[in-house]
Design a protein around this ligand. Sequence first.
Ligand code: NAG
Ligand code: NAG
Ligand code: NAG
Ligand code: NAG
Ligand code: NAG
Ligand code: NAG
Ligand code: NAG
Ligand code: NAG
Length: 410
Amino acid sequence: MGGGAGGGRAARALRLLLLLVLALAAVEYLFGSILDASPLRTYLYTPLHNATQSSLKFTEKSLQIWPKKFPFTATEDSTKNLTHKATNSTSNRNSSKEAANMTRQSLADNGSTPLLITKLMDGIKNMVTTEDGELKVSEPSMPLCDEMPPDLGPVPVNKTDMELDIVDKKYPDVQLGGRYSPPNCTARHKVAIIVPYRDRQQHLAIFLNHMHPFLMKQQIEYGIFIIEQEGNSDFNRAKLMNVGFAESQKQKNGGWQCFIFHDIDLLPLDSRNLYSCPKQPRHMSASIDKLNFKLPYEDIFGGVSAMTLEQFTKVNGFSNKYWGWGGEDDDMFYRLKKVNYHIARYKMSVARYAMLDHKKSAPNPKRYQLLSQTSKTFQKDGLSTLEYELVRVTQRHLFTHIIANIDERS
Ligand SMILES: *[C@@H]1O[C@H](CO)[C@@H](O)[C@H](O)[C@H]1NC(C)=O
Ligand SMILES: *[C@@H]1O[C@H](CO)[C@@H](O)[C@H](O)[C@H]1NC(C)=O
Ligand SMILES: *[C@@H]1O[C@H](CO)[C@@H](O)[C@H](O)[C@H]1NC(C)=O
Ligand SMILES: *[C@@H]1O[C@H](CO)[C@@H](O)[C@H](O)[C@H]1NC(C)=O
Ligand SMILES: *[C@@H]1O[C@H](CO)[C@@H](O)[C@H](O)[C@H]1NC(C)=O
Ligand SMILES: *[C@@H]1O[C@H](CO)[C@@H](O)[C@H](O)[C@H]1NC(C)=O
Ligand SMILES: *[C@@H]1O[C@H](CO)[C@@H](O)[C@H](O)[C@H]1NC(C)=O
Ligand SMILES: *[C@@H]1O[C@H](CO)[C@@H](O)[C@H](O)[C@H]1NC(C)=O
C-alpha cells in the first residue's frame, strides 16, 4: 500500500491491457472450441503468443470445467511481462480478423454460443485487482446466489442417536473435508464453521446430519472443521477455536472470509438464520430451547458466533487462557467492545436453536479474574501468542478433522 495515485493509474492500465488479451483469448477460445480444437491451449501455444506460455498455467483438467471456472492467476511479475507482449500483439493482428469471421459464422449455426460469450465476458469483468496490484480472476460465469435463497424457514431437528457411516451416505453433494459450494450460483459467502470438540462422538453425527442440509439450503460456500483437543488438560474451547481459525486458513487457497464458531450441541431451528458475517460481529444463538428461547443476558456472545476475518484478527482472536468451562465468550465480547464493534443479532424468532443433552463441565474458577484483565491484555493473548502442536489433519467426507495438542509448553 502507499503506492499513491501513480500506482493506481498503473494498475488500471495494467488491467485494461490484460482485459484486451483476455478478450482476444475469448474470441480465440470460441473459434477453437467450435471447431472442436483444443481451445486455449492452441491459442497460447501459437508463435504469436509463445512468450506467454510460462506465465499462464492452464491444465487439461481446468480446461474441461470451463466456463464454470476461469483458472487464471498471475503474479505481478508475469502480468507485467504479459502486457508487454499484448501491446505488441495487437499491432500485428491478422489472425484475429479471421477468428472473428469464423466466430460470426459459427454463431449463426448455434444459438447457444451467445450465452458462452456472455459468460466469458462476465468472467473477464469479474477480474479484480487487489491492493497489492496482484491480478486475480474471481469465480465468474454463474450468477450470484440470491441474497435470501428460496424456501427458508423453520426446520425440524432429529436428535436420535445415529451412526456417522449412515449420515455419510446421505449427503453425496458434500465434498471431501465437509466442503460445499452451490452448484447453480456463485455463493455470496465463504464460511468456515469452526467446531471445538472432545468426547462428543454421539453429538458429531447428529450435528453433521443437521448442519449439512441446513447450510446447503442457504446457498453459501462452506467447510466444517472439527477441532479436537488432545491430551488431558481441561477443555479449552477458545484456544481450539483459534487453532481452527489458523488451520482452516491454511486449508483454503484465498482463505475463508467469514468464521462461525459453533458449539457442537447447538442446532439451528430456522434456516433464515443465515450463516454469514455482517458488518458487525453476530451472536447467532440468541434463542435456545433449554433457556426458554430467552437471551440470558445482553452481553452474551457464547454458543454460536460469527466474525469476519478482519473482525477476528483485529481483536487478536480469542484468549488462549481459559481452561475449563466459561468466560472465554465474555472475554471475546470485551475484546470486540474494546475496538468499538457492536454485537448484531437476528430477531429471536429466527435465532432459535435446539440444545443437545450433555453433562455440564466444571466451571473455571479463574474466569472472573481473567476477565478483569481482558481489555488491558488482549493484544498479548490470542492469535499473536497461539502455540499448539498439530497432531493430525484428516479430510473426512463430512468434515475436516483437526487434532491438536494445545497444552501449555514450558
Ligand atoms: C517464440 O517464437 C519465436 C519465433 O516466432 C521463436 O524464435 C522463439 O524461439 C519462440 N520462443 C519460445 C519460447 O518458444
Ligand atoms: C519478466 O521480464 C523480465 C525482463 O523483461 C524478466 O527478467 C523476468 O524474468 C520476466 N518475468 C517472468 C515472470 O516472466
Ligand atoms: C514488438 O514487435 C516488434 C516487431 O513487430 C519488435 O521489433 C519489438 O521488439 C516488439 N516489442 C516487444 C516489447 O516485444
Ligand atoms: C495481413 O493481411 C493482409 C491482407 O489480408 C496481408 O497482405 C498481410 O500480409 C497480412 N499480414 C500478416 C502479418 O499476416
Ligand atoms: C469471412 O467469411 C466470408 C464468408 O463466410 C468470406 O467471404 C470472407 O472472405 C471471410 N473473410 C475473411 C477475412 O476471412
Ligand atoms: C450447438 O448447441 C448444442 C446445445 O445447445 C450443442 O449440443 C451442439 O454441440 C452445438 N453445436 C455446435 C456446432 O457447437
Ligand atoms: C432421525 O434419524 C434416525 C437415524 O438416522 C432415523 O432413523 C429417523 O427416521 C430420523 N427421524 C426423522 C423424524 O427424520
Ligand atoms: C441445480 O440445477 C440442476 C439443473 O437445473 C437441478 O437439478 C438442481 O436441483 C439444482 N441444484 C440446486 C442445489 O439448486
